[in-house]
Design a protein around this ligand. Structure first.
Ligand code: ZN
Length: 410
């Protein structure tokens, strides 16, 4: 049994395991303890009521906050190559779309990923995951989408699955064959979509457990509303959960499509409108917002406040990728959500715990401190959550516990 004592502020999960509308009113216990047996939380409460037997291991939180481990529910962490040249071009005034027209953008990363083997993709991702773990991330979603051929999409997912065995962060994988039409299928959109939804590719991925979810980039420059619907319905028929890159640059109804197909989440939502918010709320689709991406590109943020006030549960993620969000730090993204989207620190914490867990269909196991939940916990060296996100860009995570084991200490 592992006991954490002398906790300044213990943040409890909202009632239930589903997504919740973000609120500043989370239950917290001051001067608290948590007991862990094996990989589960077995008890918590006031420190003065803590029972410690002499064979227990005790960790002193020294008055710091204890929260659930963070969940980054939208990333592209498996990639090769680097695109700092585009970063500088954008600083000088080129747009993301102009760079893509020049043959840069996603195509650059597709070229580099196709040239890399599984071992190389794994080796490149391991230090990224190490830094994310030190920042408090204990569960992460990773997408394919830079292979865009059967062999290369499968290679990316195999790399992501293998990473789950090589380091402590738990990994959920998503098939994103429908990221863009690859150059070798130029003028043959139909052929590429047929490949994406084929039994040999999508069916193989589902049967082999290489992914549990399917994502589509529904956007003018990528896949149309009707193409996205066809791909997501095919995915659901193979037993994959649906999610979308929706309403990022233009409004073509992607958030409404998310509601129509019963997607678990719709992600980005910078251009969402009132009809899209209402449709998602009615259908129980979680809005995953990616403020690090807008920060990185220097563009407008998604209207988080409007969504929360409309009663839509919101999650936050890094969208970590080499083109539009070279941002690994989820706490930094939370601070950006506070200052640029007017979310409170507690609302941001719910967004990366309870709601991010629900977006990955893991809400019954992770994302909250409750009896029986998996013991994924952080000890911070700050006395309250507000202080954590107020100190922008500083790593305040002292200890990371995954499945009841200390896996990172600073
Ligand atoms: Zn993305």
């Amino acid at each position: 049994v592992l006991v954490i004592r002398n906790i300044g502020e213990l943040i409890l999960a909202p009632d239930g395991t589903g997504p919740v509308v973000n609120t500043s009113e989370l239950t917290r216990i001051r001067n608290a303890f948590v007991s862990i047996d094996g990989d589960r939380i077995v008890a918590f409460g006031l420190d003065e009521e803590c029972i410690v037997l002499d064979w227990f291991t005790v960790i002193d939180a020294e008055g710091g906050v204890v929260t659930p481990g963070l969940i980054d529910c939208h990333t592209h962490t498996v990639f090769a190559g680097s695109r700092e040249d585009e970063f500088v071009k954008r600083i000088r005034g080129m747009s993301y779309a102009q760079i893509a027209e020049e043959g840069g953008g996603i195509k650059t990363t597709v070229h580099d990923v196709r040239a890399a083997g599984v071992d190389e993709l794994v080796a490149l991702a391991l230090p990224r995951l190490g830094r994310m773990l030190a920042g408090g991330v204990t569960t992460i979603e990773i997408k394919s989408g830079y292979g865009l051929s059967a062999a290369d999409e499968i290679k990316m997912l195999e790399a992501a699955v293998r990473l789950g065995d090589l380091q402590p962060i738990e990994i959920v994988t998503t098939y994103l064959g429908a990221h863009t039409i690859p150059a070798d299928f130029a003028g043959r959109r139909r052929d590429y979509i047929d490949l994406v939804i084929s039994d040999a590719l999508m069916g193989h991925i589902a049967r082999e457990g290489l992914a549990s979810r399917c994502d589509v980039f529904c956007e003018k420059t990528a896949f149309t509303f009707d193409e996205s619907r066809e791909i997501l319905l095919a995915a659901k028929a193979f037993g994959l959960a649906a999610t979308l890159h929706a309403d990022q640059i233009t409004q073509i109804g992607a958030s409404r499509l998310a509601a129509e197909v019963g997607a678990v989440s719709a992600d980005h939502l910078e251009t969402i409108d009132a009809g899209g918010i209402e449709a998602m709320k009615e259908a129980g689709v979680i809005g995953v917002l990616l403020p690090g991406c807008s920060f990185f590109l220097g563009v407008e943020q998604a209207p988080a406040r409007t969504m929360i006030e409309a009663g839509l549960p919101v999650a936050l993620a890094t969208d970590y990728n080499p083109g539009s969000s070279m941002v690994e730090s989820l706490p930094l993204v939370m601070s950006i959500a506070c200052t640029q989207m007017h979310m409170t620190p507690t609302e941001a914490l719910i967004a990366v715990t309870t709601n991010a867990a629900a977006a990955l269909n893991l809400g019954d196991r992770v994302g909250g401190i409750r009896e029986g939940a998996q013991a994924d916990l952080l000890i911070l060296d700050v006395p309250n959550v507000d202080r954590w996100l107020y100190h922008v860009g500083c790593n305040c995570v002292k200890t990371v516990i995954k499945k009841g084991r200390v896996v990172s200490e600073s």
